[in-house]
Design a protein around this ligand. Structure first.
Ligand code: ATP
Length: 920
């Protein structure tokens, strides 16, 4: 759609002139202008790197090593006068290719759909109003607001900036943040990237905030101009897929070796013709090659990813699904993830008095009462009035009442701040009037390292004889340390140790009840704004009081925590909040169960050696008042202890830990773009419970693939054993299972039930055992022994038993087995039938794994049900439709045959139940 790839050169203009230079204005573009420009310049997206054309993907499925092997085999079969077999093998190859293609296509569609669920947004000013639009709808001239943690989605000229730093590593490779400003730069000899007043698409904001005017979008941006772009959704193969890739090759090699062995044995032991021997060998190869294995596994991973998305966990790479299943430790932050992040102020505390605040949630119904129950009015309590008033002035949040579209209160901004607005209303203040009384002139934003924020205001009526004050709110101990005075009902007094300790004791008391506590302090300031530095403002302050708020645990979190305990997954709370609050919540929701859990503060963490930290991590521990950067150390130490670590995060500073973790989990609602980009998984509901769901899915997928492998491998033995009988009896036993019959099982009856195993829902017991080790192989000796030796041998005995029994019943002895005619066909049909019916029992055994089949609903998996019905239909067709009799060497069966066949699945299940009982 882009008809004109124009961009604006805005570097040289004075900030105020930039708008006009971009045909825009301070109030932003109008709706009409936006529409016009969208038509003119197109959408703000980067043309995707060329994808492999679908036709090529399709063809690739017919040119793999295995496929080529089958093409050649089929051709040779046709040339050696086995036209039917040749055609059958080619047919198999075509069916297999189409099938693999469909699986691969569906898997890629599933991951494509996921990409669309992660749209990128931008905050723009249009028609004088701030709004949130899709980043792809930005046009040149748009006025955009960006702040810490945002991903920048277009190139732009900065018109306003505060302490603004950008990480341009995506463009320049330089990982240190770069300071940017809004100053005009008249030097025209620079390259675009060298201008300090420009920001570029694809980079992100490290700190501060800015307003920009978009100069270029889409392919005209600096990012768009550099060639081949990596796509955010990595297509790399997961370790599991790589393992299977390798495995398929290995198995193919084994199949070819077995084939050669059977070829030589047929030629030299049975003295078959070379052509006959070749066809025979070919049958064995086809029997052993696990056609469609890789695409089926890929599909089952992709399906899991889709199911996780419905459960609010967006996984960015298929490989994460496996890692999730192996997760042994979750490092989770508290606010919003374990708790609701729905704050309600319950108590206020001042040095001279304390108060209770009534009411629930964000509704402004409620009031402030003294501990004796008497309602208080701000009018006769100046220090309390200042506490409530200033707390509100230092809030950036807004609370919107319920309306038609939103049945609940909507919080814009930080809930910790929103509840301060509600508090002010309960105290009878008008929020608008309060703002008008003290307009804000400056803000030192909250950051999780300082753990406080400060605002500067001019005042309508002076406070402490000053027309300017600054207000600071934040972590109580840290704030109290910066206060030189305190204010109570009797006025302002000098801070002393006794009062200081009183503040800490009150804070601890609230924290022990799981409340989150903020301290509010203020100071008078000079009119000159160059004096308003952090060093000045956050110093020598006057302590006003504490605001204690409750944040109830999220629904379902206790149950999810319990599930983790059962699954031997440890949860370690790593929070910025106060130790006692953290510990109290950790106990409430069951993360901490003992009485001697250790609380390690960020400060203490700094002083611990790596060995000490590791020692501490072995016991029950809660990390409190930690800075995001310190999460990295905790994750590293856990990984060195051999744990597979999932870690949550939302801020810019969480990025290193998110990247370092085996599974980085970013918050979808409160998370910054930077955190989301660094993470492997994004929680669209910020909820801890969703992590546990995802782990459950991860475990289930891994188990399903194991079930699926056991199922398809176990029929290999009964397919090979009949041929071995034929060969080693030197032809005395006629071939009990023909090549066409082997194909009928592998690519006919087995196909859909196998797929059904790949999509089994998580079994009831998946969270009842410890996590798998990442080093555990999918196809281990245990699985192979179970498939080939245990199930394989029982199935072989039943199949060969059926074959001999047919002769014995008809002839009364086994001294001479006729190798042709109706009796022979009846006998081979029974070998085939026994395998098909044993596989019915095997679907159930595979579903149950190492548990009794009694614990799940026998017909609870729709795809398997369909598979079983198809399996029966195929078998009935082979047995009763005469057109198949010649090709598949089959014949109609009688009553006793059917009784034998129907017993087969019960024998398979019964013996396996016995094994499970004995193993227990
Ligand atoms: P978690 O890390 O589990 O999400 P948290 O939200 O408490 O917990 P931070 O956001 O880093 O972690 O907050 C740390 C501390 O900073 C809080 O305990 C509180 O004392 C203070 N604080 C939090 N939000 C604000 C805010 N908006 N203004 C001032 N101080 C704040």
């Amino acid at each position: 759609m882009a008809t004109n790839l124009q961009k604006f050169d805005l570097e040289t203009y004075e900030p105020d002139d930039v708008y006009a230079a971009a045909n825009s204005q301070v109030s932003g573009l109008t709706k009409e202008q936006v529409k016009e420009r969208q038509n003119q310049y197109g959408v703000n997206i980067l043309r995707e790197t060329k994808k492999e054309p679908v036709a090529l993907v399709f063809i690739r499925n017919f040119t793999s090593l295995m496929a080529i092997l089958l093409w050649v085999g089929g051709a040779v079969a046709m040339l050696s006068q086995s036209l039917a077999l040749g055609i059958a093998i080619w047919f198999v190859n075509i069916v297999n290719g189409v099938f693999s293609f469909i699986q691969e296509y569906r898997a890629s569609q599933a991951t494509e759909a996921l990409k669309k669920m992660l749209p990128s947004y931008a905050r723009v000013i249009r028609d004088g109003q701030e709004e949130k639009v899709l980043a792809q709808d930005l046009v040149p001239g748009d006025v955009v607001l960006i702040e810490e943690g945002d991903k920048i989605s277009a190139d732009g000229r900065i018109v306003f900036a505060t302490d603004f730093q950008v990480n341009q590593s995506a463009l320049t490779g330089e990982s240190n943040p770069v300071y940017k400003n809004n100053q005009a730069d008249t030097d025209t000899n620079k390259t675009s990237l060298e201008y300090d007043n420009m920001v570029f698409a694809g980079t992100s904001v490290s700190s501060g905030s800015a307003k920009i005017v978009v100069s270029a979008i889409g392919m005209t941006t600096q990012f768009g101009q550099i060639a081949s772009l990596t796509q955010s959704m990595a297509d790399e193969k997961s370790p599991l897929q790589k393992e299977l890739d390798h495995l398929t090759k290995q198995i193919s090699a084994i199949a070819i070796t077995v084939g050669i062995f059977f070829f030589l044995a047929a030629t030299f032991i049975v003295k078959e013709s070379v052509a006959q021997a070749f066809i025979f060998a070919l049958g064995m190869i086809v029997a052993f090659i696990p056609e469609g294995l890789l695409p089926t596994v890929t599909l089952s991973l992709a399906m899991a990813v889709q199911r996780m998305a419905k459960e609010n966990a967006l996984v960015k790479k298929l490989s994460s699904v496996e890692t999730l299943g192996a997760t042994s430790v979750i490092c989770s932050d508290k606010t919003g993830t374990l708790t609701q992040n729905a704050m309600t102020v319950n108590h206020l505390w001042q040095v001279s008095d304390s108060y209770n605040v009534s009411g629930l949630g964000y509704s402004n119904e409620g009031d402030i009462r003294k501990s004796d129950g008497k309602k208080v009015s701000l009018a006769d309590n100046e220090s309390l009035e200042h506490l409530v008033r200033f707390a509100h002035l230092c809030s950036n949040a807004q609370v919107l009442p319920p309306d038609g579209d939103h049945p609940n209160y909507t919080v814009l901004g930080d809930p910790t701040e929103a509840c301060l607005n509600v508090l002010a209303e309960k105290a009878g203040l008008s929020l608008d009037k309060n703002h008008a009384w003290a307009p804000r002139l400056k803000e030192l934003p909250f950051d999780s390292v300082r753990k406080r924020m400060t605002t500067v205001h001019s005042l309508e009526t002076p406070v402490d004889k000053s027309n300017y004050i600054s207000i600071t709110k934040g972590a109580p101990k840290e704030i109290a340390e910066l206060c030189r005075f305190y204010k109570d009902q009797n006025g302002i007094h000098g801070m002393n140790d006794q009062v200081f300790n009183q503040i800490l004791a009150a804070n601890d008391q609230f924290a022990q009840d799981g409340l989150r506590v903020l301290a509010i302090a203020y100071r008078t300031v000079q009119e000159e704004s160059d004096q308003w530095t952090q060093e000045v403002l956050e110093n020598q302050m006057i302590f006003l009081g504490l605001v204690a708020m409750s944040d109830p645990p999220r629904q379902g979190v206790r149950e999810a925590v319990e599930k983790c305990h059962q699954a031997s997954i440890r949860i370690i709370m790593v929070t910025g909040d106060y130790g006692l609050t953290a510990l109290s919540i950790a106990k409430k929701i069951g993360i901490v169960r003992g009485d001697d859990a250790r609380v390690i503060s960020g400060l203490e963490l700094e002083s611990l050696s790596d060995t000490q930290l590791k020692e501490a991590l072995k016991g029950e521990v809660v990390f409190a008042r930690v800075a995001p950067e310190q999460k990295y150390r905790v994750v590293t130490a856990l990984q060195e202890l051999g744990e597979v670590v999932a870690v949550t995060g939302d801020g810019v500073n969480d990025a290193p830990a998110l990247k370092k973790a085996d599974i980085g989990v970013a918050m979808g609602i409160t998370g910054t773009d930077v955190a989301k980009e660094s993470a492997d998984m994004i929680l669209t509901d910020d909820n801890f419970t969703s992590i546990v769901h995802a782990i459950e899915e991860g475990r289930a997928v891994y188990q399903n693939i194991k079930k699926f492998l056991t199922y398809i491998f176990n029929s290999n033995t009964p397919e090979a054993v009949p041929s071995a009988f034929f060969l080693f009896s030197k032809g005395w036993v006629p071939l009990p299972l023909t090549v066409m019959q082997i194909l009928a099982v592998d690519l006919g009856t087995d196909m859909i039930p196998a797929l059904g195993l790949g999509v089994e829902p998580p079994a009831p017991g998946v969270m009842n055992h410890p996590p798998r080790k990442l080093t555990d192989r999918l196809l281990n000796k245990g699985l192979l022994m179970k498939a080939f030796l245990w199930y394989g041998i029982i199935e072989s005995i039943l199949a060969m038993g059926a074959f001999f029994l047919t002769y014995w019943i008809n002839q009364g002895n086994l001294s001479h087995l006729i190798a042709s005619g109706s009796l022979y066909r009846e006998a081979t049909t029974m070998t085939l039938g026994a395998i098909v019916f044993c596989q019915i029992g095997m679907v159930m055994n595979s579903r149950a794994g190492d548990h009794s089949i009694r614990q799940f609903k026998i017909f609870g998996n729709r795809l398997i049900n369909i598979g079983l019905i198809t399996e029966l239909i195929i078998f009935l067709a082979l047995v009763y439709l005469p057109i198949f009799h010649g090709l598949f060497n089959t014949a109609a069966l009688g009553l006793w045959h059917w009784i034998y066949l129907i017993l087969c699945p019960f024998v398979m299940i019964g013996l396996d139940e016995l094994r499970k009982k004995l193993m227990k």
